[in-house]
Structure formats: C-alpha cells, structure tokens
Design a protein around this ligand. Structure first.
Ligand SMILES: NC(=O)c1ccc[n+]([C@@H]2O[C@H](COP(=O)([O-])OP(=O)(O)OC[C@H]3O[C@@H](n4cnc5c(N)ncnc54)[C@H](O)[C@@H]3O)[C@@H](O)[C@H]2O)c1
Ligand SMILES: O=C(O)C[C@H](O)C(=O)O
Ligand SMILES: [Mg+2]
Length: 608
C-alpha cells in the first residue's frame, strides 16, 4: 500500500524525465553511476552513499563491503516499508503522551535515518511530506532548536564562530562536498517566534534545506546549513553547562558585520555559483545584511522577501475569495500586527503592489495599511521612528498613537488582519469578534507567527469568534475546522515554504548572480495564480503541501524567466544563457523539473 504510493511517484519522476543534466550522483529514473572515493565501512558510515542492507552483491564486492553486512539483500521498497512500519508503531506506542514528547520521538527516528541513509530519508520525506514536514520543519524544528544542546549527537552543516575570525577562508575547504548549490545561514538571533537561541538555531537551516531537497529537488550532497555563532544574549543558554555555542554576549556593530563579511567572501570564493538564503536573523541585521549583500552576492532573506511573496499571494487570494476582481486589491484595508523583518517586508511589498496596480505613488499606496508593533499602532507621533516604518505611520488625528489591536480593528473595520508578531494568542476573542464588523464579506485572518504556540490565534478560535465566512491562514499547520453550518473551514499554511525552494532553485538554474525584485515578484505572482477560482471560493488560497514539488517547479520557472527578462542569466552546466532565453514557459518548467534530484539508489563506482 505504502509502496504503491512510491511506485506512482516514481512513474511521475520517470515521466518528468529526471535525467539530472551533468550532475554527479543524481538519482534518475534509470540511475546513472555515482562516483565514490571511499570503500568498506567508510561507505556504510556515510549517509550520502549508504544503502544499509540494500547493497547488491556486485557492489559489496566492488566496494569492499563483503562480510560487513548481513548476507540477505533487502530492497529499497522493503527498507522503506520497514521504516514506515516503525514510524507507525512509534505513533501507536506514544499515543496519549504529551505532544512535546511525541514530537521529539518522531523527530529522533527521522533524524536517525537522516544521519544514516539520506536516500531513504528523503524518499520517505517526499512521499509523506504532509505527515513529516511538521516534524523536520515548522513547528517541531522549533522544539528541536530549544533542546538542541541536549539532543545533539552528530554534527550537520558547518559552524563558524566569532573565534574563527581570519580562518574562514581555509575552514570553508573543510566541507567535504566539491560543489555546494544552496546554503542556508542563520546567526540564531530570532529563531521562529522563540527568540535568541544562539548556536541551537542550526536546526532551522537544516530544516529549510530538508525542504529544499524535498520540494526543490536540490541534491542533498550540495546543500550546506551554516551557523554563524557570534554569541548569544540568552542568559538561560549562557548558564546551561551543556550549551554548545560560544559563551559570550552577541557581537554587535562592525565586529558582527566583519564576521558575516568574512563568511560570505569565503563561501563565494569556494562556490561562486551558490545561492545563499539568510534565515531567522533579528530584524536589524536581517535588513542591514540584505542591503549590504543583495547587489554583491547571490542571496536573499527568506523572512523578509520569501514571507512577503507568500503573504502577497494570500492577500490577492482573499480578494478573489470575496468574488471581486484583483484590481480591488487597491481598496483592501490591511492591518499588520508586527513590524519586524517579516511584518515590514510584507507591508512594504503589498504597498508596492498596490502602487503598481493603481498607478499611484508608494506614499499614496500606504493609505490603507495599518502597522502595529509592541507599542501599538504606529503614528507620526511616535518618537524615533525607523525610516522603513515612516511611510506607514498614521496621522494620530485619525487613530491615536499606540492604539491597541482591538481599537484599530474596530475603527478601521479591515478586510485583512495579519499577524507577524511572534506573540501567541494576541488575536484574542475580543479582537476576533471585532473582525465580524469587517467591511469585507469574507474577512481574512492570517496568524502567521511560528511555531504553533506563537500563532496569533488558532484556526478553531478564528472560525468560532470571527465567523464561519472568514478566510484563514497560519504559519504553522492546523487541522481544518468542521463548521457548525456543515462546511469545512479551510486552513491555509501561509508559510514561506511555498516560495523559498522555488526562489532558490530558479535562481540556481538560471545562473543569475543576484536575486532581483523582479524574480521575487514573479515567484509571488506564480503562487497567487496557482489556485483555481473554485478552490479560492472555498477559502483555499495555497496548494496542498502534497503538491509542493509541483508548485516549486512552477515557481522556479517563473523566477528563472524573470531573471531572463532582467537579462542577468549566465546559464547552468551545459545550458547557456541563450538556451535559457529561448525556452518557452513549458520548456522552462520542463528544464527545471528535469534538474530536480529524486532519491533512488544509484550504482556506486569506486574511484581512488
Ligand atoms: N509564516 C511565515 O512564513 C513566517 C515568515 C517569517 C516570520 N514568521 C514569524 O513571524 C514572527 C515575527 O518574525 P520577525 O522576523 O518579523 O520578528 P521580529 O522580532 O523582527 O518582529 C516582531 C515584531 O512584532 C512586534 N511585537 C512584539 N510584541 C508585540 C505585541 N504584543 N503586539 C504587537 N506587536 C508586537 C515587535 O514590535 C516587532 O515589530 C515569528 O514568530 C516568525 O516565526 C512567519
Ligand atoms: O520557518 C518557518 O516556518 C517560517 C519562517 O521562516 C519563520 O521564521 O517563522
Ligand atoms: Mg524564518
């Protein structure tokens, strides 16, 4: 039964012709050989190449494995089924135990497989993405980061610390892979809504890159999670004797930037064609590093730019859900709670879209946006306003400075209430009930903060208090809600996972050396137009996570084509810039799909 699922997927993979271009070790429908430079037990201990009991006799001979494994050869299918059986029995055995205990137990069993056999790991992940994404990604990854020093068994990714200053250019060559395509880097300063977790934040780049492999088909041998440990201001961690990071306060100012500069130079010196995703940096450094590097290196900030695109797609979806033409977006009143890296990124991008659609200035387009931070509504009366916030500051004569969320909702009667505050439950009953008076026939509530406990409200509360006619999105997954009127209240996972894999993949395969606004906008537009009118009418704004590979290929193609329009493609492998610019939309999707890695055992060939 489980395996039938896989067989179906394999056929799709074969039909999509995953031939893998010129990359080494790309598993294919008819697998090409994979060159290894190891033999014997070194192979068994290398999760990139290990097949456990699946090594055929010929390979056992060729690679010096005879006698190191039990004699019986177990097929990939049997290994897969055995893993799923163990997972399901773990689920049964932990029934009734606290959620955290169950989540960590599930994470452990997946993590052990990840550490042992990546081919099998990614296959079970891809085929069961709906069940497993919440474990290896949001929300469980948050719990893993909180407990990382205790959970640590084996290293994954690279760690650069403030103590490595001056050494990074040589350290980067310690990484065993010749080629790296995708790097996700964090300094651990704002992990989901959980604050500063220092070195323990490495779990986030690992989880994001798992999604790159599962959704974008990036070869797992070519991904690199990076932790830049510049200290932590988390006192609890500093006092924890088992804490694995530097025991010092965070570096600030030029000292901090010097560390990141050095890492970026080192990484791009060794892998000039890599794409770097910045993740979970506190707002000030998220904006500063984006500004500093985006014209110089091939990088983007997922929290600022990826989130903005996903939110914009959701906002456009809510207009369609109201049965109104997209042009009506310019009239939507939108209250954004949280003015940090994500909230500000979303508000700015949405206002830019309004300006473009209505043919008005950015300043005029900000009229219908209301920004609330920890001190309440932002108005011009606020002292020391961040320059990025200034265009959104309201006239205090309209609504008072520092007005609470409920005051703003009651006064403005917004079409959309969107949370990126990191504060769980902040859309309380009173706030949600106030949304019943919204000027929209289908008010939208986006509780986008992660992980689950940090969501501004739950799905059930949103439908209960704000009304059964709402459209709902959340950053972490919630179950759909059974409504009293007999309908289903659909939960959309408004999470940047719908965009970052496609942004990275499209950029990589275009060979562009920077990520432009045009590429990011194309990604958002692609996601926005992915759903049918019928789905959107039901309140379904984003695809099912089961379709994440397909949407990622589409987003990747849109990004690549935007890079062609911006005239910045340099090509990838044997495919040159002229080839890329002559591809039709369908050919581009096909090119992207053919370059997506898919996990099956490739024959291993030893080379000294
Ligand atoms: N769903 C997604 O794809 C996605 C993407 C990025 C970030 N996020 C989530 O968004 C949250 C915020 O991320 P960020 O990077 O913007 O963080 P941040 O620290 O940069 O910003 C948080 C903002 O919330 C405001 N805030 C804090 N307490 C508040 C309160 N009581 N009332 C109103 N506003 C308050 C702060 O003033 C600040 O402006 C996190 O939980 C993160 O997980 C979700
Ligand atoms: O990691 C996620 O799930 C989304 C986002 O990048 C976040 O920081 O919350
Ligand atoms: Mg993030």
């Amino acid at each position: 039964m489980m395996w039938r699922n896989i067989a179906r997927f394999s056929k799709t993979a074969a039909a999509a012709g995953r031939t893998g271009g010129s990359r080494r070790c790309l598993s294919t429908a008819i697998p090409g050989p994979c060159i290894v430079h190891k033999r014997g037990s070194d192979i068994l201990h290398d999760p990139w190449f290990n097949k456990d009991t699946g090594f055929p006799l010929t390979e056992r001979d060729r690679l010096g494995l005879r006698g190191l494994l039990p004699p019986r050869i177990i097929s990939f299918e049997q290994q897969y089924d055995r893993f799923i059986d163990s997972f399901r029995s773990l689920e049964r055995n932990t029934l009734g135990q606290p959620d955290n205990v169950v989540s960590l137990a599930k994470w452990r069993i997946l993590n052990r497989l990840h550490d042992r056999n990546e081919t099998l790991y990614y296959r079970v992940l891809i085929d069961n993405i709906k069940d497993f994404a919440p474990i290896i990604y949001t929300p469980t990854v948050g719990l893993v980061c909180q407990n990382y020093s205790g959970l640590y068994r084996r290293p994954r990714g690279m760690y650069f610390s403030a103590k490595d200053k001056g050494e990074m250019m040589s350290m980067i060559y310690n990484w065993p892979a010749h080629q790296v395509d995708m790097i996700v880097i964090t300094d651990g300063s704002r992990i989901l809504g959980l604050g500063d977790l220092g070195v323990q934040g490495i779990g986030i780049p690992i989880g994001k890159l798992d999604m790159y492999v599962a959704a974008a088909g990036i070869n797992p041998q070519r991904v690199l999670p990076i932790m830049l440990d510049v200290g932590t201001n988390n006192q609890k961690l500093l006092q924890n004797p088992l804490y694995l990071g530097l025991r010092q306060p965070r570096l600030e100012g030029d000292e901090y930037l010097g560390i990141i500069d050095e890492f970026m130079e080192a990484a791009f010196t060794r892998w000039p064609k890599a794409v770097v995703q910045f993740e979970d940096f506190q707002a000030k450094w998220a904006f500063e590093t984006l500004d500093r590097y985006r014209k110089k290196f091939c990088m983007f900030n997922d929290d600022v730019q990826g989130t903005a695109g996903v939110a914009l797609a959701g906002l456009l979806g809510t207009v369609r859900a109201q049965g109104r033409p997209l042009s009506d977006f310019v009239n939507q009143k939108i209250v954004v709670v949280g003015a940090g890296s994500a909230g500000l990124g979303v508000t700015k991008t949405a206002a830019q879209a309004v300006a473009r659609m209505a043919g008005i200035s950015f300043a005029e387009a900000t009229k219908n946006f209301y920004l609330i931070d920890k001190d309440g509504l932002v108005t011009t009366e606020r002292s020391k306003l961040d320059p990025a916030v200034v265009p959104f500051a309201k006239n205090p004569a309209e609504i008072r400075e520092g007005a609470s969320i409920v005051e703003v909702v009651k006064t403005v009667r917004p079409h959309v209430l969107l949370g990126l505050s990191g504060v769980g439950g902040i859309f309380n009953e009173e706030v949600l009930k106030a949304m019943r008076e919204s000027d929209s026939c289908k008010p939208a509530i986006f509780a986008m903060s992660n992980p689950t406990l940090n969501a501004e409200c739950t799905a059930a509360d949103a439908f209960k208090h704000a009304g059964e006619n709402i459209v709902f999105g959340s950053g972490s997954p919630f179950e759909n809600v059974q409504l009293e009127n007999g309908n289903v209240g659909h939960v959309n996972q408004a999470n940047n996972m719908y965009l970052f894999p496609g942004i990275g993949l499209g950029t990589l395969l275009s060979g562009a050396r920077i990520v432009t606004d045009g590429m990011l906008l194309a990604a958002a537009e692609c996601l926005a137009s992915y759903m049918t009118d019928e789905e959107v009418q039901k309140g379904i704004l984003y695809p099912s996570i089961n379709n994440i590979r397909h949407i990622t290929a589409e987003v990747g193609a849109a990004v690549l084509r935007a890079a062609v329009s911006d005239d910045i493609v340099e090509g990838h492998g044997d495919v040159g810039p002229r080839d890329l610019s002559h591809m039709s939309k369908e050919e581009t999707v096909d090119y992207i799909t053919r370059n997506m890695w898919f996990p099956i055992y490739s024959p291993l060939v030893h080379e000294k």
